[in-house]
Design a protein around this ligand. Structure first.
Ligand code: SAM
Length: 212
């Protein structure tokens, strides 16, 4: 069955939201759950790494890691609004030549992309219905590690996501958020040869770092 999730996701994120996020990032630095990903990757002690940021939004992860850890980055995103703002921010920071921007559903283009050292998915699995395809593709692209954040599988997050989806339905907006099973994601990544080496939790988000 053809999937239109990329189109739906593209419409879900507006340019004004992306602009507000980048203003916030310039003022306050990375969001708390993104800081966990950055710390996890820095703990690997990599230098000159190649990075793939799936659903990178305004590009915070590589804007930060191109300073010390990464030599180059790829940003694959279903949202054209986010990609536009991320491109502008990369130019502003003087590293746009080291970033490749791809507007696509990652699961559809992953086979054509080169392998990298680290793949990141910050708050991305919860925007995509088929976590299996997404994480399998991410695992196949990494030589060293995958770091991701997702909503905690806990009662209040179940309620919160139900409420969000209730209002989405009410507004006739087909975009949905997903609370995927942590054990399911874990088994899949384990089967792809990746082992969880670190877990950090905030009130809403959980961060997991997997290494080969
Ligand atoms: C909630 S935003 C998170 C953005 C950024 N990572 C952050 O944490 O600020 C989710 C992002 O994932 C992207 N996304 C979701 N599913 C995707 C897919 N299958 N392929 C590429 N991008 C995807 C969306 O377009 C959006 O940019």
């Amino acid at each position: 069955m053809p999937c239109n999730c990329c189109e739906i996701t593209d419409h879900a994120f507006s340019e004004s939201e992306a602009r507000a996020e980048v203003r916030n990032y310039r003022k306050r630095g990375p969001a708390n759950q993104t800081k966990l990903i950055l710390e996890a990757i820095r703990s690997l002690g990599l230098k000159d790494a190649a990075l793939l940021d799936v659903g990178g939004g305004i590009g915070t992860i590589y804007h930060e890691l191109l300073e010390d850890v990464a030599r180059e980055a790829m940003h694959v995103d279903a949202s054209s609004a986010y990609l536009k703002i991320a491109t502008e921010e990369a130019k502003r920071r003087g590293h746009s030549e080291r970033v490749k921007f791809i507007h696509a559903d990652f699961t559809e283009v992953a086979a054509d992309l080169p392998q990298v050292d680290v793949v990141t998915l910050d708050r991305v699995v919860c925007c995509y219905p088929d976590y299996r395809s997404l994480l399998k593709a991410a695992a196949n692209k990494t030589r060293r590690a995958v770091a991701l954040t997702y909503p905690r599988e806990i009662w209040y997050m179940r309620i919160a996501l139900h409420v969000v989806n209730f209002f989405q339905r009410l507004m006739n907006d087909p975009f949905r958020v997903f609370l995927h099973p942590v054990q399911g994601m874990e088994s899949l990544l384990n089967n792809e040869g990746l082992k969880r080496v670190s877990t950090r939790r905030l009130f809403v988000w959980e961060m997991a770092l997997y290494q080969r």
